[in-house]
Design a binder for this molecule. Structure first.
Ligand code: TPW
Ligand code: MG
Length: 543
């Protein structure tokens, strides 16, 4: 077996199920070997940012590694933003990059795609990844590959492997099997004991669940823990959609002043707030009426647990949850979070009418569809679509809620469906669609048929609400509906709620081609959550 075979084996053992990529001459030997080996299917897209987003989304939804393969320089620099997003939002994304062979590097010529030095790319990726290796020696490659891939899974962050173009077909030994880092069992036990003690002392404990819980595949276990503790459970803003498959009733997502006041009061008034895998970012916490004092919270994040002045530095989340489950007994007298009182029955969503369509109609229409036909996972972009997604019924949701890079939604949906086989709904603004929407032209070849809802408001509305007087936030009204056919899908334009319902029903009934619904929003219409968010930000910055 050669180096590529061994690498693919190691990736598959760590959960990868496919590779997204765009080749180039420095990466041709790698791509040739990936195709020949057939171990992991290779899906090519049009633009490297989308390659990164698709691989990121595949990992987010199915767990395990996501894999993006690119060429040296022009390809690798093009994927930087997606890798940065994966770093910020804790996704174990593996970047495989082609590179010049050793004899080329020593030729003294400037090589095409080279920037300052041949190592410029390596140095850029140093800033975006937790571990890296250059596989220029087949004898060292197995240990390097194992170390780097295991680091990605342990830290749930991106890594970088550079593969000189004379290496992919070199004979190579097997890569060591995945290994978990050793843990100090005494420290783990002390940490779990102290954590439970603090929760038991609290009168109003609340558990907030964040994205790490999904990254480490812990949703079922965390739901079981919540049941045993009888504790109220919310998600962070970014964690919206977590635990939906567990049957546990959640209070909702915490959005501070922009969200449900009852959820905000519960979180902000808690004297025992347990943050499990919650990224402590401004998007998760900035718009609070009462700043959450994190000194009184218990935070488990990034392999560290912090409570008051105690810091336990090396406690992986998965081990912590196991240790808590071993110890947790039901709290006497505590209300079960699955008790009927905590699960308000959701009324059947109303049908759309003939008034101009607004963002809230999109949430309503998608909910109606899901009530009739079962839930669909949602891939969401940045913009009012993400605030609208907060009004969806509980369902799996992936979105760049913290890094907030536009252009994620459409390529993420392709990655999601390739990796899981589930047909996604995409929520995307017209501005974001202009960035990466064209990847839909690859849907047929990738064997996917997402349903795409474009929030077509002829502008960068999110920015317009902050800067109402500016002309630079205006876009032309593009006719996205009529472009769909040229890319191998079906397009429909709608301008009322009733038209939207009908279009969505038709789209759902049509399989095998992507479905684009071009929602021509009324000028200035925005979602209730965005309106509250903007109001809160303005109030906070004024006061
Ligand atoms: C890659 C900055 C944040 S929100 C936004 C911009 C330009 C407007 C989004 O417009 P869209 O959605 O998609 O039409 P909507 O609902 O607001 O009308 N470049 C990147 N990412 C970000 N976040 C920006 C710029 C931004
Ligand atoms: Mg827009």
């Amino acid at each position: 077996m050669n180096l590529t075979d061994r690498l693919l084996q190691a990736l598959a053992l760590r959960g990868a199920t496919e590779i997204f990529g765009i080749p180039g001459d420095f990466a041709l030997p790698l791509f040739r070997e990936i195709e020949r080996s057939g171990q992991l299917p290779l899906h090519t897209l049009s633009h490297e940012p989308s390659v990164g987003f698709a691989a990121d989304a595949a990992s987010r939804l199915r767990g395990g590694l996501g894999v993006a393969a690119v060429t040296y320089g022009a390809g690798a620099f093009n994927v930087v933003n997606a890798v940065a997003a994966a770093y910020a939002e804790r996704v174990p994304l593996v970047v495989l990059s082609g590179a010049p062979a050793a004899h080329e590097a020593a030729s003294g010529l400037l090589l095409h795609h080279q920037v300052k030095t041949l190592d410029s790319q390596w140095r850029v990726f140093e800033e975006l990844t937790v571990d890296r290796a250059r596989l220029d020696d087949a004898r060292q490659a197995p240990a390097q590959i194992a170390r780097v891939l295991d680091a990605a899974l342990q830290a749930s962050r991106p890594v970088y492997l550079e593969i000189p173009r004379d290496m992919p077909a070199r004979p190579c030994a097997e890569v060591p099997r995945p290994q978990a880092a050793p843990v100090d069992e005494q420290a783990l036990a002390a940490c779990a004991d102290e954590l439970l003690e603090r929760l038991q002392r609290a009168e109003r404990p609340v558990l907030m669940v964040g994205v790490e819980v999904r990254r480490y595949g812990l949703e079922q276990k965390v739901a079981e823990l919540a049941r045993r503790l009888g504790i109220a459970v919310v998600t962070s803003f970014m964690g919206r959609g977590l635990l939906t498959g567990t049957g546990l009733a959640l209070r909702g997502a915490y959005l501070g002043l922009a969200g449900d006041p009852a959820v905000s009061a519960e979180v902000e008034g808690s004297d025992g707030l347990l943050l499990l895998g919650v990224i402590v970012s401004d998007t998760n916490f900035a718009v609070s009426s009462r700043r959450i004092d994190l000194r009184y919270a218990i935070q488990a994040l990034d392999g560290r647990v912090v409570m008051g002045h105690h810091v336990y530095p090396d406690v992986p989340l998965a081990r912590l949850i196991d240790a808590l489950l071993e110890r947790a007994t039901a709290r006497p007298g505590a209300a079960s979070p699955t008790a009927p009182a905590a699960t308000p029955a959701r009324a059947q969503e109303a049908a759309g009418d003939n008034t101009p369509v607004v963002p809230a109609d999109i949430a309503r229409a998608v909910n109606r569809l899901m009530q009739r036909h079962g839930t669909l996972p949602v891939a969401c972009d940045v913009g009012d679509c993400l605030f609208t997604a907060m009004d969806l019924l509980p369902t799996a949701l992936i979105a760049p809620g913290y890094y907030a890079g536009m252009g994620y939604g459409v390529p993420a949906a392709i990655g999601l469906q390739v990796a899981t086989g589930l047909r996604p709904i995409v929520l995307v603004g017209d501005g974001a669609f202009q960035m990466t929407g064209w990847e839909l032209g690859n849907a047929r070849r990738c064997g996917v048929d997402p349903i795409v809802l474009v929030f077509n408001n002829a502008g960068w509305e999110m920015l317009r609400v902050f800067e109402p007087g500016a002309r630079f936030n205006d876009l032309d009204r593009w006719d996205f509906a009529s472009m769909a056919a040229g890319m191998g899908g079906d397009g429909q334009a709608v301008s009322t709620g009733a038209e939207l319902d009908a279009a969505l029903a038709r789209a759902h009934a049509t399989r095998g081609r992507f479905q684009l619904i071009d929602v021509r929003l009324a000028p200035g219409a925005c979602s209730p959550t965005l309106a509250r968010f903007v109001g809160a930000v303005k109030r906070l910055s004024a006061g």
